[in-house]
Design a protein around this ligand. Sequence first.
Ligand code: SF4
Ligand code: SF4
Length: 160
Amino acid sequence: MSVGNIPGWEKRSAEHQKQYKQFLQRADKNKTLKQLPGFHEEAFDKIDCLQCGNCCKNYSPRFKTTDIKRISKHLKMKEGDFIETYLRLDSDGDYVAKSAPCPFLGKDNYCSIYEERPGDCARYPYTNEDVFLKRPQLTQKNSTVCPIAHYVLEKLIASK
Ligand code: SF4
Ligand code: SF4
């Protein structure tokens, strides 16, 4: 079943991976950074994350110290208990969720800590920042998981 209100996007994204790679390698940085905010807005207007949830189902954000402080306070938990209950250290030494899907994702795809969610969640899929070009492999991977990343890449390539 297709997700995110763009039928067939997964197949199209799989077919266009080579084009995405070439675009990300050769992109005009200044031009692309100027275009990103508009395409980012347009993508989030068109695509409903609540019909998708792919990121929250498959990947964990980093829970940085400030995230842990804010979220544990919101949940009225001690930081140590919050870490023990929900988090583990990954190979980079970052705290991430112990389990996937994320323990804060509801069946309706709502995030139960949305207002307090980690900074990484608010930034995903990095379509409105220079990480989009600085980490091309991450952007390419995101284009296979996230219809918004796919949409923005398609728009950038079409406007070349
Ligand atoms: S950010 Fe992307 S992967 Fe995550 S829910 Fe929204 S459309 Fe889906
Ligand atoms: S904290 Fe919320 S937005 Fe972030 S991965 Fe978990 S459910 Fe998704």
